[in-house]
Design a protein around this ligand. Structure first.
Ligand SMILES: [Zn+2]
Length: 101
């Protein structure tokens, strides 16, 4: 990951431990993804206590979460930074966002 945006020079690590909060965003994304795959599995394949279909969903969902981890990580960082830095169409003439201490 870059230290700052190559276009607008926005510094990404705005304070020590800034990215700590992305863990919560990533967790929420993983839960939302798991709920979505569970509902899709329920509708398309079905869930039953008399066979192992729910375990196959669990295994499939786990593999998908591992495979999609790089995407989810970047998406959670993007969502998290948008909490603090809004899009500025006049970025060339304005200063990058900084936290005031
Ligand atoms: Zn930028």
């Amino acid at each position: 990951m870059h230290k700052e945006c190559p276009v607008c020079k926005q510094k990404y690590d705005m304070e020590p431990g800034f990215w700590y909060g992305t863990g919560y965003v990533s967790y929420a994304l993983a839960i939302a993804f798991s709920v979505a795959t569970f509902i899709a599995w329920w509708v398309l394949i079905g869930i039953s206590v008399s066979d192992n279909r729910v375990l196959w969903w669990l295994l499939t969902n786990s593999i998908l979460l591992i495979v999609l981890q790089p995407v989810l990580m970047r998406l959670s960082r993007t969502i998290y930074v948008y909490f603090f830095v809004k899009y500025d169409e006049h970025y060339e003439s304005s200063e990058p966002r900084k936290f005031d201490y």
